[in-house]
Design a binder for this molecule. Structure first.
Ligand code: OFO
Length: 181
């Protein structure tokens, strides 16, 4: 059974993940319109991931016999100044999510809610990876610079990152299937 304050905080996190999913979907469609197919693919996948993060919390609350609340989602921005600015926004968004997960973790530890603490550990690792990835992308964008071909090279870089992530996920899925066999 979840304590009320923990359940409320988990429901707030559901809302944050849903909002991240919608924001990344909007960024994906903007990239599509600009012909940035590598960036668009990155954000479509990212939007799916955020929905999965949301769903994990919904299932967790249900497993704990609590009440998961599916939130309304604010309309995300549909226009953006540039792909460079989009990735800066993403970094700020991910840091905000990390802060929220850290606060939730503190709440569960202070409430001696060991099940929730263990559940949240996955999110702590996920946020560390996501922040590191976005920092890597921002570093590459800085190195590519503002030359006339910069959008082309940024998009190529995102295509490369998409392939690496897809291969890592496939390897993880194989490892999972082996572990089950
Ligand atoms: Fe939900 O992982 Fe980042 O935001």
């Amino acid at each position: 059974m979840l304590k009320n304050n923990i359940q409320d905080a988990l429901n707030a996190q559901i809302s944050l993940e849903a909002s991240s999913s919608a924001t990344y979907l909007s960024m994906a469609t903007w990239c599509d319109r600009q012909g940035l197919s590598g960036c668009a693919a990155f954000f479509y996948a990212q939007s799916d991931e955020e929905r999965m993060h949301m769903l994990k919390i919904v299932h967790y609350i249900n497993d704990m016999d609590g009440l998961a609340i599916i939130p309304p989602v604010d309309k995300p921005a549909s226009e953006f100044e540039s792909i460079q600015i989009i990735f800066k926004m993403v970094y700020e968004q991910e840091k905000h999510v990390t802060d929220s997960i850290n606060r939730l973790m503190t709440l569960s530890q202070e409430g001696h809610d060991h099940a929730t603490t263990v559940f949240l550990q996955w999110y702590v690792g996920e946020q560390r990876e996501e922040e590191a990835l976005v920092r890597e992308i921002l570093d590459k964008i800085r190195l590519i610079g503002d030359g006339s071909q910069s959008l082309y090279y940024i998009d190529k870089e995102l295509e490369r990152i998409n392939k690496v992530r897809a291969a890592a996920e496939a390897a993880g899925a194989d490892a999972g299937a082996e572990a089950k066999a």
